[in-house]
Write a protein that binds this ligand. Structure first.
Ligand SMILES: [Zn+2]
Length: 498
């Protein structure tokens, strides 16, 4: 028996809706991608948009983006957007319909980068963080509110089936807040949910302030063990699978990531002053603040902002957070401990992408990649999550939300497609791996007194496993099955046939 598991970072509603219109096949190669683009184009009228999001090129065997020409060939009569994280490749027709040509100037205030052929100045098709200027229109059938509720409920039930009883929804929109609220009111919210409200950092500051003040007045901001609006999140940098995480050192020229500038360090979206003001605004209004910060440059930047706020008032009680924090260093970790900053990490990335990252950055630059052991040793509170963003199904989803896979990754640090563990000195013990998904995550959401361990006077969220996680062979940890899941003492999942 274990306490009910907690996933510290996922995107439930988006994930639930990802395949609402049609099933999206697994794609392992560029041929799979182009076949899918062609099939979609064939099924749509001429001129309708084919959009494919969050297929990470680093997870394709060829490890590169499709080219503009390949997209043109797969769908000559339909504009195509192939996007992954904030970055995208557009077909010629998509560029044309968006008005992006060799004379195009990015509007003031949009932190977007258009990759161009150095001689002709023609866009290559590769756009970084440019979604506001891409004029795509949905061609899928549009879900009703009922569809949203139904599919989200389905996903939550699937979370329960792998032992998850609590989630932190990592970037919630206003519409999504309403969906969670409606599920709660109708008694169908089967995971306790900590909401982290999305704030668009590029909005004018008075608009952001109004949004945060409104959130502070929302009745959901009062503690409730089922649904609590208690976090604010913004995006500080790009991603490591898309070549845009903001690093302290240059990325280095790369074919995989289409990087041609040797000094390029990635994309930083919020400058120091606005970042400080934003962090301060959230923290002083009773919210945990967090940013998406993947590269060590971004992690250092948010730490500098927290240090500055900490001179105005102590930040510790609001447990300021860093989401992802994949690349760190000893200094950053020491400062996190000093200020009481918590870390929200996702082991899946190590497993799915470790091999690619090693190729790009080399072993040494990965010495503090997801440094679980150092974080535990230094006393920084670290929690584990999936960053689930697509599809329902604990292993077919992206990223997989099976918490036992996540725990196994922290025990072995074994990336797929290689036989060499990634900095095995950063492995943790089974007890610590369990903590990542229980008590530590409860701390990340200010609920260590309510849940995260099996103790009297706590909420009776617990699960029964088919084997003892502490004594089973190491490789069986990732295959552990949940026999039963209880939420508040009530049986909400029972394994078929058990
Ligand atoms: Zn996320």
């Amino acid at each position: 028996m274990l306490p009910g598991l907690i996933d510290s970072h996922l995107h439930a509603v988006d994930s639930a809706m990802y395949e609402f219109d049609h099933r999206v096949p697994d794609m392992e190669t560029l041929a799979d991608v182009l076949k899918y683009v062609k099939a979609r184009a064939d099924s749509l009228p001429t001129g309708e948009w084919v959009t494919l999001s969050q297929v990470f090129i680093t997870r394709l065997r060829e490890q590169r983006y499709p080219t503009r020409a390949e997209l043109d060939q797969a769908a000559p009569r339909n504009p195509v957007v192939f996007s992954t994280g904030p970055d995208a490749v557009l077909s010629s027709l998509a560029l044309k319909l968006s008005g992006i040509d060799k004379n195009y100037k990015v509007p003031e205030g949009v932190p977007c980068r258009i990759e161009r052929n150095p001689e002709s100045r023609e866009p290559t098709g590769m756009l970084r963080n440019c979604s506001p200027i891409i004029k795509s229109k949905p061609s899928e059938k549009q879900p009703t509110r009922e569809d949203f509720l139904e599919r989200t409920k389905m996903l939550l039930a699937d979370y329960n089936s792998v032992g998850i009883t609590s989630i932190a929804d990592g970037d919630t929109s206003d519409e999504q807040v309403e969906i969670f609220q409606q599920l709660k009111e109708s008694g169908q919210l089967s995971c306790r949910t900590f909401l982290v409200l999305h704030v668009e950092a590029s909005d004018p500051f008075d608009q952001i302030a109004a949004r945060v003040h409104r959130a502070a007045q929302n009745p959901l901001h009062q503690y409730d063990n089922l649904l609590w609006l208690r976090g604010i999140k913004s995006y500080l940098d790009g991603g490591m699978l898309t070549g845009s995480a903001y690093m302290l050192q240059p990325w280095g020229i790369s074919k995989v990531y289409s990087i041609t500038d040797p000094a390029y360090r990635g994309m930083r979206y919020i400058e120091p002053d606005p970042l400080y003001k934003l962090a301060r605004l959230a923290l002083e209004n009773g919210f945990q603040f967090t940013v998406h910060a993947v590269g060590d440059g971004a992690v250092q930047a948010i730490m500098e902002a927290y240090e500055r706020v900490n001179k105005d008032f102590p930040v510790r009680d609001q447990r300021p957070c860093i989401t992802h924090a994949n690349f760190m260093n000893a200094d950053i970790i020491r400062k996190m401990k000093e200020l009481g900053v918590v870390a929200n990490l996702q082991p899946d990335w190590l497993y799915l992408d470790g091999a690619t990252l090693e190729k790009q950055f080399g072993d040494e630059r990965l010495a503090y990649f997801q440094p679980y052991k150092t974080l535990f040793d230094e006393g920084v509170m670290v929690g584990g999550g999936s960053d689930h963003m697509q599809k329902i199904g604990s292993l077919r989803s992206i990223n997989p939300y099976n918490p036992f896979l996540g725990m196994w990754i922290t025990l072995t640090r074994q990336p797929r497609w290689t036989d060499r563990p990634l900095h095995p000195e950063q492995r943790i013990t089974r007890e610590q791996a369990i903590r990542l998904y229980t008590l530590n995550n409860a701390y990340l959401t200010f609920e260590e007194k309510q849940k995260g361990s099996l103790e009297t006077n706590k909420l009776a969220d617990f699960i029964v496993l088919d084997k003892d996680i502490l004594t089973c062979p190491l490789d069986e940890v990732k295959d552990l099955q949940v026999e039963q899941t209880y939420l508040g003492g009530r049986l909400i999942y029972s394994r078929p046939g058990s």
